[in-house]
Design a protein around this ligand. Structure first.
Ligand code: ZN
Length: 671
C-alpha cells in the first residue's frame, strides 16, 4: 500500500486523511520525502542552464509536496496530540531536519547560482515581490555562511558546534539549579498562604519524599509564595535562591558560559562581515539597528521607572504600617503589591467566568472578522486528528478563502500554551493554494466550556495569527502569511486582542451562561483595571532585561558580562527594589539558543505597535472603521513578508509606530 503521507490527497480541500495515517508511516515517509527534496536541490545545484530568476529562485520556491505533507501532518499531531511514539520520532526528526536544511544553505554550487541571479538583479525586470524574495534568498545563504571559504568556513562550523553545546549546557545548568534547591516548611510557615499554594507545597514535599510541605523554585510555587507569604524572612530566603539561579558557583554556574557565548557570537558576526552580533541579528528585523531598539526601550523606560518609583513609595508605606522599618526590598515587592491589588481591585474571577463562554467567544472572534474583513464562517464536517477539533470553511463573497480548524481543549497529549500553525500556507506559485490554518489552545472542558479573561484574550490572539495566514495574498510561499520578521509577527495577533475589549463586542457576546445577560459595565472596568495593575514594576523588570541583552551584543563582547550588566543597570538608575526579570546567569531567552539574543526587546516592540495600530482605528472613528480595516488588510494582513515591515507599517499608519498609545494603554502616560 502506498504511504498515505506521500500520496496526493483526494479529500475535501485536500485536508490530510488523518484517519488513514498511522504512526508507523512517519519515519519511512520522511526518509522518502527528504530523498525527493535532495534530488530536487541537487538537480538545481548542478544545472548547466544559465542561471535566472525562474530556474533558480522560483525553482527553490517550488514546494516539495511530499516534504510539506509529511511535516505538516507530523508537527500538527506531535504538538497537539502526542504519544510516546510521536515523541520518540520528534527526537529523531529534529536533528535530521536541522542537518537537511543547513546542508541546503551550505551548498556551494547552489549558492553560486543564487549569487549569479543576485548579481544580475538590476537587469532582470522583477516585480517588487520577486525582488524581495531574491534578496531574502541571497541573504539567507550569506547569513548561513555559504559565502565563506577555507579557514573562515571551518571556523564557522566550529563556532556553530560550540555554541550549540554551550546553549544546551546553559539550559541544563539552569534546570539543575532550579531542581536542586528546596526549603522544608513547618506548619507555621504556611501561615497566610492560599489553599492552592499550600496543596502545591505539600505535593512538592511528597514528590521529594519529605513528610513536610516544601517550597521549590518551580515558577508555579515560588511566585505565589512571594506574593502571599507574610513571613519576610522566608520570602527573603526564597527570593535569593530564585535570583541566584545559574550563579551558585561550582559545576552549574552559567557566568563563564555566558561570557564564552558572547565572544563566539561576536566572532561569528565578524566572520560574516558584520560589525557586531546585534548588527547581524537586527538586519532581518523591523527595528534594523541597535539605535532604533534602544530608542524605543528608553522612551518606555522613563515613564515606567517614574510609575515604579511612585508605586515603591506606596508599598513602603504599607510595609512600615506593618511595623517594618527600612527600605522596601525585592522580596517585599510582590507581597505588598498583591495586598494592594486585593484592596484596590476586588475582581472576582469566579463571577466573571460565566460571561465568557467558549462558543460565544469563538462567535465573537468570527463576528469581528466579518465586520472588519467581510469573512464568513460555515461549519465544515471533515475528519481530523482528534474528536475535539472543529473546522469551518472561510469564505468571502461566496469565494473560498481558507479552512480554519480550532482545537481548543486541554488534554494530556497536547503540549502547553497556545499556538497557530498552517497545515498549508497560501501561495499562488506554482499554482494557487488556499491556506489550512489551525489554532490550538489549552482551555478547560466544561458544559458549557467557560474561559478566564486571559483565555479569551488568548483565543483572540491566536485568531489574529490565523487571519494573517488566511488573508495572505502573495505569490510565493516563503513570504506568505506569518513568514515575517520576529519583531513584526505578533502585530496581527496582539492587535486583534483589542477587539475583545470593545464594549459593543462584549455587550453582544459576553453573555452569562445561565441568565443570558450581558457582562455588566462595572465588571468590564474592573477586568481592564486589574490587567494594568503593577505595570510600572512589570515594565521596569522587562525593559532592564532587554537593555542588558542589547548591550551584550552591540559592540565588543564583554569579558565580564556580570560587570557589564551592573554597568547598564547603574546607567539607567534601576530601582533598588526591582531586579531584572531575567538576570544574565538564568537569561535563557538569550543564552539557551539564538532565538531571542539581542531580540528580547521584540515583545515590547510588538506591543508598542499593536497599541499604536489600534489607536489608528480609534482616531478614525471606531474599532470597526471600514477604511482602516481595508488598509490593515491591504498593507499588513495580506502582505506577509512581501515588503520590509517598516514600509508595510508606514503604508498602513502613515508613519512609524510611536510609544504614546502603549504608555496610555499601560497606564504609564504622564497625567
Ligand atoms: Zn503570538
Amino acid at each position: 500500500m502506498p504511504n498515505p503521507l506521500l500520496s496526493r490527497w483526494d479529500t475535501p480541500f485536500e485536508i490530510a486523511p488523518f484517519a488513514s495515517i498511522s504512526d508507523a508511516d512517519f519515519a519511512p515517509a520522511l526518509e522518502q520525502a527528504l530523498a525527493v527534496h535532495n534530488e530536487q536541490i541537487e538537480a538545481l545545484a548542478n544545472s548547466t542552464e544559465p542561471p535566472g530568476f525562474a530556474n533558480v529562485i522560483e525553482a527553490l520556491e517550488t514546494p516539495c509536496r511530499e516534504l510539506e505533507q509529511v511535516l505538516g501532518v507530523f508537527f500538527t499531531v506531535a504538538g497537539a496530540d502526542s504519544n510516546p511514539k510521536r515523541q520518540e520520532l520528534q527526537r529523531e526528526f529534529s536533528p535530521k531536519l536541522a542537518a537537511h536544511f543547513s546542508a541546503i544553505t551550505a551548498n556551494k554550487a547552489l549558492f553560486a547560482r543564487v549569487r549569479a541571479v543576485w548579481d544580475q538583479r538590476g537587469t532582470l525586470d522583477l516585480t517588487a515581490e520577486q525582488q524581495r524574495v531574491l534578496m531574502l534568498t541571497f541573504r539567507g545563504f550569506v547569513r548561513g555562511g555559504a559565502a565563506l571559504e577555507g579557514r573562515a568556513d571551518t571556523r564557522m562550523q566550529e563556532i556553530k558546534g560550540r555554541l550549540a553545546t554551550l546553549g544546551t549546557q546553559f539550559t541544563q545548568n539552569l534546570l539543575a539549579d532550579e531542581r536542586g534547591w528546596f526549603l522544608e516548611l513547618s506548619e507555621d510557615d504556611l501561615e497566610g498562604l492560599p489553599d492552592f499554594v499550600i496543596s502545591a507545597a505539600r505535593a512538592a514535599g511528597q514528590e521529594l519524599g519529605k513528610d513536610t510541605p516544601v517550597l521549590t523554585l518551580s515558577r508555579s510555587l515560588i511566585t505565589p509564595f512571594l506574593q502571599f507569604s507574610p513571613r519576610r524572612d522566608l520570602r527573603r530566603k526564597a527570593f535569593n535562591a530564585w535570583a541566584a539561579r545559574g550563579a551558585n558557583g561550582g559545576e552549574t554556574d552559567n557566568r563563564a558560559i555566558a561570557a564564552e557565548i558572547l565572544q563566539l557570537r561576536e566572532e561569528r558576526a565578524r566572520l560574516l562581515g558584520y560589525e557586531n552580533f546585534a548588527a547581524y541579528k537586527l538586519e532581518t528585523e523591523m527595528a534594523k539597528t541597535p539605535e532604533a531598539v534602544r530608542g524605543l526601550l528608553m522612551d518606555v523606560w522613563e515613564a515606567a521607572k517614574a510609575q515604579a518609583d511612585a508605586d515603591a513609595e506606596v508599598l513602603t508605606e504599607m510595609m512600615q504600617a506593618d511595623g517594618i522599618n527600612g527600605d522596601l526590598e525585592p522580596w517585599d515587592w510582590r507581597y505588598y503589591a498583591a495586598r494592594r491589588r486585593a484592596a484596590e481591585h476586588d475582581l472576582d474571577e469566579a463571577a466573571l467566568k460565566p460571561y465568557l463562554q467558549l462558543d460565544r467567544m469563538i462567535e465573537a472572534s468570527f463576528a469581528c472578522a466579518n465586520r472588519l474583513f467581510g469573512l464568513e464562517f460555515a461549519p465544515l464536517d471533515v475528519p481530523l486528528y482528534h474528536p475535539d477539533c472543529r473546522a469551518w470553511e472561510v469564505t468571502r463573497d461566496g469565494q473560498h478563502v481558507a479552512v480554519f480548524i480550532g482545537d481548543y481543549f486541554a488534554r494530556g497529549s497536547k503540549r502547553s500554551g497556545a499556538w497557530c500553525s498552517a497545515m498549508r500556507q497560501q501561495a499562488k506559485f506554482p499554482e494557487t493554494q488556499a491556506p489550512v490554518v489551525i489554532n490550538v489552545c489549552n482551555f478547560a472542558k466544561g458544559n458549557p466550556a467557560l474561559l478566564s479573561w486571559d483565555d479569551a484574550r488568548t483565543l483572540f490572539h491566536e485568531f489574529g495569527h490565523a487571519l494573517h495566514q488566511m488573508l495572505s495574498n502573495v505569490t510565493y510561499e516563503s513570504i506568505s502569511g506569518t513568514s515575517v520578521a520576529r519583531d513584526f509577527v505578533e502585530l496581527p495577533s496582539q492587535l486583534y486582542e483589542h477587539w475583545l475589549e470593545v464594549p459593543e463586542v462584549l455587550q453582544e457576546f459576553a453573555t452569562h451562561a445561565e441568565t443570558g445577560r450581558p457582562m455588566p459595565k462595572e465588571m468590564l472596568d474592573k477586568v481592564l483595571g486589574a490587567a494594568n495593575f503593577d505595570m510600572g514594576f512589570q515594565t521596569v523588570e522587562y525593559v532592564a532585561s532587554a537593555l542588558v541583552d542589547l548591550a551584550f551584543h552591540d559592540g565588543a563582547a564583554p569579558a565580564d558580562p556580570m560587570a557589564k550588566q551592573a554597568e547598564v543597570l547603574a546607567g539607567i538608575g534601576m530601582p533598588r527594589a526591582i531586579v531584572m526579570r531575567h538576570a544574565t546567569p538564568h537569561f535563557a531567552h538569550v543564552f539557551s539558543g539564538d532565538g531571542y539574543s539581542s531580540g528580547y526587546y521584540s515583545y515590547m516592540w510588538s506591543e508598542v505597535m499593536d497599541a499604536d495600530a489600534f489607536a489608528a482605528f480609534e482616531e478614525a472613528g471606531g474599532a470597526f472603521d471600514t477604511e482602516r480595516a481595508r488598509a490593515l488588510e491591504e498593507h499588513i494582513l495580506s502582505a506577509g513578508g512581501s515588503a520590509d515591515p517598516a514600509e508595510l507599517y508606514t503604508a498602513f499608519r502613515g508613519r512609524l509606530p510611536g510609544v504614546d498609545a502603549l504608555l496610555k494603554g499601560r497606564g504609564l502616560a504622564a497625567e
